[in-house]
Design a protein around this ligand. Structure first.
Ligand code: CA
Length: 229
């Protein structure tokens, strides 16, 4: 949803559970979207492109397992980590959960602290910059915690938008981002910004990155967008 904060999709049919999860995730600084069943979950996936899915096993209609299978079958969603939550602890369930492609598994009743640690651990792989991991690419270093960027050891001055753009690029080097995807990720989808604004900020980012020398690390991919490296 909005900008650089990771978005977590909670799929849980019990309102009280959904509320507790939402509260704790927001306290960790995440954006939260919630779905009460599998159909709604698939809609939320398409609309909000979350960074992680917390998925209850027992759902009315389409089961959590089936939702997980559908997520992992689609190229657009496959990379999104899924943590399954189940009331059943049998090993066989665990195996089935992992065979459907779930990235992790938690049994009810779970400790909230443990679940949050698992969420963070999954996000560290998918959105390292957003959870405060230091990012490196070539001679570039980005420190989310201190908001500092270095190139070949020299600190660079970046505006807040350029910093978010670079974080996005450095989380997935080589990935080509369309202008629309960058708008969603860097500006947030609730804000109306013209796609040309992206070009303006890419220009500023390039200038800042090359200030002390070095080539242009950002690639313009004609008809597609931009990529780092
Ligand atoms: Ca349930």
């Amino acid at each position: 949803m909005s900008a650089v904060h990771p978005t977590v999709l909670v799929v849980e049919d019990e309102p009280a559970q959904r509320e507790v999860l939402g509260y704790n995730l927001r306290a960790e600084g995440y954006e939260v979207i919630a779905a009460a069943d599998g159909g709604e979950a698939m809609l939320c996936l398409r609309e909000s492109n979350p960074d992680l899915v917390l998925l209850d096993w027992m759902l009315p209609g389409i089961s959590g397992i089936e939702v997980c299978r559908q997520i992992k079958m689609q190229a657009a969603f496959r990379h999104i980590p899924v943590i399954m939550i189940s009331a059943r602890s049998e090993e066989v369930d665990k195996v089935r959960g992992l065979e459907t492609g779930a990235d992790d598994y938690v049994v009810k009743p779970y400790s909230v602290a443990e679940l949050m640690a698992r969420v963070k651990s999954q996000l560290r792989r998918n959105r390292p910059g957003a959870v405060g991991e230091r990012l490196e690419f070539g001679d570039l270093v980005l420190e989310p915690e201190t908001h500092r960027v270095f190139r070949a050891g020299k600190q660079l001055k970046l505006g807040p938008t350029e910093f978010r753009l670079l974080t996005t690029f450095m989380e997935k080097p080589g990935r080509v981002w369309s202008r629309e995807q960058l708008l969603d990720r860097v500006w947030g989808r609730d804000i109306y910004v013209d796609t040309r604004t992206v070009d303006v900020h890419i220009g500023r980012l390039r200038k800042a990155l090359m200030r002390h020398g070095g080539g242009d690390p950002i690639r313009t991919v004609r008809g597609a967008g931009y990529a780092l490296g």
